[in-house]
Ligand binder design. Structure first.
Ligand SMILES: [Mg+2]
Length: 269
């Protein structure tokens, strides 16, 4: 199963699982990337829900070619710890949710930048396990959850990723969250079954209502685990933080563009 070797390195308790994207969900991406582009003499125009074609070279007022966009993204991700900031209220919201659910970050960023991202997330108070993979997210989330009788939540800004998870785990609560309001207005509208929220407090309220609904629905297994937890697994996770925090996908497919840019480009087509 795809990602099995990756997922084995994350230890989950028998309690709800929240899988969250990072860029434009947990960390701001658009505004920091705009600032980075400005330092390079470029500007990102909010003309459509994609990067390629909308990044303009101030010197000649022409859009950058796809290869140039890819190089800029790689440079940005390599120095992301100087630019990216947490989304509003994400740190305290996830800290509260982590008392009743496991949280895993699943980022489509090229895996070779995962160490920089790990250090940034830790510094910001977001110490949850990180998966970096450019593979489709649906099979990875399915593999992580493993069909256990506990609630599953997936949060992402890109519709294509939400659809992938919806296809592979139909019972998952799907939340569409994009921090940047300007580009959110340009994004495709979510399908039925995908809940759009404006910020993390609204996401948390939606997640807790989902947990309560699942609890009330009478999953005996979930009820039992919710009360007792599995302290032995928690100890295992806490005793080996290096194994539980940073996980980098071992394979990196050749791509024509960074996955986020590719996602935005595809989403607009
Ligand atoms: Mg994203």
């Amino acid at each position: 199963m795809p990602g099995r070797s990756i997922d084995d390195r994350i230890q989950l308790r028998e309690r709800p699982l929240i899988v969250s994207d990072v860029d434009e969900v947990v960390l701001e991406f658009i505004n920091p990337f705009k600032a980075f582009l400005d330092s390079c003499g470029h500007v990102l125009l909010p003309r459509s829900f994609r990067l390629t074609g909308n990044i303009i070279d101030r010197a000649n007022e022409q859009p950058l070619a796809e290869a140039e966009v890819k190089a800029l993204l790689d440079s940005f991700y390599g120095t992301q710890d100087r630019w990216q900031t947490p989304a509003a209220q994400v740190v305290e919201t996830l800290a509260a949710l982590s008392k009743e659910a496991d949280i895993v970050f699943l980022t489509a960023m090229p895996p070779h930048h995962a160490a920089v991202r790990r250090a940034l997330l830790d510094r910001l108070g977001l110490p949850y396990p990180l998966l970096a993979s450019e593979e489709p997210k649906g099979p990875i989330v399915q593999n992580l959850h493993g069909g256990r009788p506990v609630p599953l939540v997936f949060v992402d800004d890109i519709l294509r990723n939400l659809q992938s998870v919806q296809h592979h785990t139909p019972s998952c609560l799907l939340i569409n969250l994009m921090v940047n309001a300007e580009f959110r207005a340009l994004a495709p509208k979510p399908d039925a079954g995908i809940r759009a929220v404006a910020d993390w407090p609204e996401a948390a309220a939606t997640i807790r209502a989902h947990f309560e609904g699942q609890f009330s629905a009478g999953s005996h297994q979930f009820k039992s685990n919710r009360i007792s937890g599995l302290p032995s697994l928690r100890r295992a996770t806490m005793s080996n933080p290096a194994a539980s925090k940073t996980v980098v996908a071992p394979t990196q497919r050749a791509t024509d563009l960074d996955c986020l840019a590719r996602s935005i480009g595809q989403a607009s087509r």
